[in-house]
Design a protein. Structure first.
Length: 315
């Protein structure tokens, strides 16, 4: 997102005013939310204890394609997403404004589908290792071992009819082990990338050292299973607007990440429920990853009404 794209920011801002909450169904979806504040950000409060309102403008972030075609998210636009977000932001006293001088936050919205590790290649590597190990085991003990020297043992320590075959199979086993090791590194890298994107990384790092104790293993395995599946996500990153506008720098104040599995879900139907479950954490720390069972929802977006379009220079 570039701050210079002000026409898009303000146009989307004015289109969000009439958004309505999603209808809620009876089914529940496991939704993951992670939220954190940065750089000393804290909500100011009024005399009655409620949050002091803050104003914002939207910024269009990155859309991330998944590994498969998915019309339910490919056809979902940034403007539609912004219209859904606006009423939930308003409930947390984040209010839209059309004046750059009066804007507190630039809320950049990213959305898309994760690309997990290709476990097909990993399974192939494991199959190759299993085949190589079986071949070596079927060949029998090596020459010179207590059980060597038999018909399948090569006949002697220095040679024999099976010596060449043993050398070949040992080489294939070594190659298979190296392939599995490489796949494990690729898997760890993909998992770390998606864990950071979805907000899983702090909990996975913490539980990684505890997974051999008690029930921590089950919790850790659940998190790994999440990051290794395709997931829809929406990320709101709030920056200091004046620093971004005047100094062309980014000062992150808070970020909220929400995701659900793509399995048996459609983004265009469940994004409203995702936003609703995450909205309570807008602008505040979630105290780690929260995995919530929330009602599924179906979103219906009305026709937008453009009230005003400001020029691209923001004047």
């Amino acid at each position: 997102m570039k701050i210079s794209r002000q026409k898009a920011v303000w146009l989307v801002l004015l289109l969000t005013l009439g958004a309505a909450p999603a209808a809620v169904g009876r089914d529940e979806i496991l939704t993951s939310v992670f939220s954190m504040d940065y750089n000393g950000y804290a909500r100011a409060k009024l005399a009655d204890g409620s949050f002091k309102p803050e104003t914002y403008a939207f910024g269009e972030g990155q859309y991330s394609n998944g590994r498969m075609r998915d019309p339910s998210i490919e056809g979902f636009t940034f403007m539609e997403l912004a219209r859904l977000l606006a009423p939930y932001l308003a409930r947390q006293k984040y209010l839209p404004t059309h004046s750059p001088d009066e804007t507190d936050l630039l809320i950049v919205v990213h959305w898309g589908t994760t690309i997990p590790f290709d476990d097909g290649s990993y399974r192939n590597a494991l199959d190759g290792l299993s085949t190589a190990m079986s071949a070596v085991q079927n060949l029998g003990p090596p020459p010179g071992s207590p059980m060597g020297g038999g018909p399948m043992g090569g006949g002697s320590m220095t040679g024999g009819p099976m010596a060449g075959l043993r050398s070949q199979l040992d080489g294939e086993l070594t190659s298979a082990l190296m392939m599995v090791e490489m796949e494990n590194r690729q898997r760890d890298m993909a998992n770390a990338r998606n864990a950071a994107l979805l907000g899983y990384l702090p909990d996975m790092n913490r539980l990684g050292d505890l997974r051999w104790f008690g029930g921590f293993r089950s919790r850790y395995d659940d998190l790994v299973a999440d990051v290794e599946e395709d997931r829809y996500f929406v990320i709101l990153a709030a920056y200091d607007f004046h620093i971004a506008w005047k100094e062309k720098k980014r000062k992150l104040l808070w970020i909220t990440r929400v995701s659900i599995t793509t399995r048996r879900n459609r983004f265009d139907e469940q994004v409203g429920a995702m936003i609703q479950s995450a909205s309570r954490y807008f602008g505040r720390d979630s105290d780690g990853l929260q995995r919530l069972n929330v009602p599924a929802g179906k979103v219906e977006i009305g026709q937008p009404k453009v009230i005003e379009v400001l020029p691209s220079d923001g004047k």
